[in-house]
Design a protein around this ligand. Sequence first.
Ligand code: FES
Length: 270
Amino acid sequence: MTQTNVSLPQPRRLGQTSRRDVWWLQPLVVFLGLGAFVIYSTWAAVIGVNYFYGGDGAHYLSPFYSPLVFGTAHEPALFGPRPEWLPIWISPALFILWAPGGFRFTCYYYRGAYYKAFWNDPSNCAVGELRSCYRGEASLPLILQNIHRYFLYLALIFIGILAWDAWKAMWFLDESGHEVWGIGLGTLVLTANVVFLGGYTLGCHSLRHLVGGRLDILSRHKTRKKAYECVSCLNKKHMLWAWMSLFWVGFTDFYVRMCAMGNWTDWRII
Ligand code: FES
């Protein structure tokens, strides 16, 4: 009987791989895209001005500041004008952004993306890495990523709040101070923001488990089966929704900011 020698896979050095495609391109694009968003959104959140546009009777609020906790006397703030005891460097966005930020940071898709792009752990699938052992997400600190399912509940509330903002963006004050229905370019921008964020949030892996998990025979539960199919349908393109919503939420803030600063004129369609 002949004996065949089988060689076991050898540990690879950092960046070593048999892959022939451009494996470094995707992590690089994620690094640039996500990095640009983090820098812009951090700046927009701490600057604390130009987040609301009320010119021409409009009512556009940046999603980075919604719900608005404190504002000026002319802004739609939950608790009225900003209290004097609040340090000037604390912007209203800082009270709320931890929730959608935490939801995105712990997202299953983004985890896989930024582990590669920012932590080089691994650089990409089947590419050699620095680490010699694999601990996964079953121990501290990454086990904390499991908090994602709780951030989901908050994210769903935020979708409702942003939908309300889009609704408010459909109402304009006329010259006599009465509210009239209308559509401005900002209305479309805020509405698209809810659609993209909704597509991202409603396709969440945790939501998929929430609506269809822990059942032996899903087909016996018609409503839950339908919900499961809808979430699964969005989930198939979760990465696409993630990027579209990320770009658009940043653009929505930028649009409102440009209008508030007087750099752009909101185009009134109806
Ligand atoms: Fe991406 Fe939940 S897995 S939002």
